[in-house]
Design a protein around this ligand. Sequence first.
Ligand code: FAD
Length: 524
Amino acid sequence: MASISHNALLLLLFIHRLISISTVGLTLPLSPSASDRLSRLTSDTHSTAIDFGATTSSFPLAVLHPESATDIIALISKARFSSPPLPVSARGHGHSINGQAGARGGLVVAMSGGRRRRIRIARPRPENSAGRQWVDVWGGELWIDVLNWTLANSGLAPRSWTDYLYLSVGGTLSNAGISGQAFHYGPQTSNVYELDVVTGKGELVTCSEKKNSELFYAVLGGLGQFGIITRARIALERAPQRVRWIRVLYSDFGSFTRDQEHLISLYGRQRFDYVEGFVIVDEGLINNWRTSFFSTSNPVKISMIGKGNHILYCLELAKNYDQTNVEVIDEEVETLLRELNFIPASVFTTDLSYVDFLDRVHKAELKLRDKGLWDVPHPWLNLFVPASKINDFDRGVFRGILGNKTGGPILIYPIKKQRLDERSSVVTPDEDIFYLVAFLRSAVPGSGDQTQSLAYLIDQNRQILEYCESAGIGAKQYLPNHSSRAKWEDHFGPGRWERFFHQKAEFDPNCILGIGQGIFHPDS
Ligand code: FAD
């Protein structure tokens, strides 16, 4: 265990005071030395009480802005022996939907941002034996900063991404971290070599596949239940310079999914580097924040919709390249596209730098912020749907429950189960291929359109989940949100739930961590 510094001792004393006074319900004094790091300022407790979902709030007692893992060790060591034990939740960038990073009445550890910016990225270096390249980052670092730093310092970059980069390393590793690269590299949880974790026992443990492996795999996809990730060693590869980004349209769902599954079966250079897709249910979605490179005057779209064919499916592909293979990129893309069955003349192509491609959603964010449409409620629903049931899902949900207005983009793309490590805590359907289906919808308060109201969208999510249940779809929620222990047990399934439960007892015996997920509560 790391030794406790003078500063951490001061913090410990402060926490001791905070906890003992708070439990008898008195107003808390802030010691000047510690107030910078353990804060009861309303600006801190209020900003960490809500998240991107903006549908729930859970106010913590105080917020820790840690300077290092030592501060977190001090906090957890004290919180677990408080009477009653105090909940502690790590918060990355707070981009959860249902309060998962919250700690109602407890302590939030603000891992990202804060007044003191902490760049803790170590210079990438080759591992002597396996020739691996990596970067060590603080758990609260945002992926955008990891990308910018590794590119600037080495020309290397992580290889598995999320669509949006303003998410923290610890936050996505606690879920899975997926995007159009996951079919090939697996999610981000499959691209990390080593972690430092402060467990619920207040112990700093270094873990990897070979060392303390049970903790390593428990934490990956572990929903913040077993410890706080303070350092992650992320796999890197040489970054490409440019990306050819292509979109093609389908009216037939079977052709669309067959082509997606064909594309993720390809290996070597003769494949795309990124495969995603989305469902276009109504004209409003043609140019939403995820689809903005379509031309509004696209004749294919207009004619398809005009013929009462109100659903289109868009396959989104990208191929990386650099100056050394600029002559062959056109031919490679052509060859790959030739095997697909999209609507002729529906090919949209653009070409951009690797960073611009990876950071594409942020550009859309800035536009939405300008219009006041970013900080609105987001009742998102993310599902992993087994490939064998994806046609039923299309009929029941895209062509059934949704109607002709959806309130936001709907992503759909396949992932191979073999790219995930079964030892991790990530829960997926028990099938070789499953689809991520992401309903990324925004409620627009006061829009006057009932189909964009929060209540309407929440009710539609309920209908989708009920349909999955009654039609035996076997879907699993990604970024899960369940309201009872029984539903959590069902989410993990037999065997996996017992393992998760056992690991909780092992690494967080007082159940103080991650109460915002609603799985365990202190001393439950
Ligand atoms: P938070 O919301 O702060 O925390 C999430 C959970 O992780 C909480 O339980 C928290 O306690 C825990 N946690 C946070 N930090 C740590 C840590 N250091 N150690 C241990 N536990 C920790 N996801 C994808 O997979 N792919 C996408 O393409 C994608 N795109 C998104 C786009 C947008 C605009 C948004 C808002 C979300 C997107 N997500 C995506 C979902 C995102 O990955 C999760 O919501 C993730 O949890 C957000 O990271 P965060 O840093 O904001 O985590």
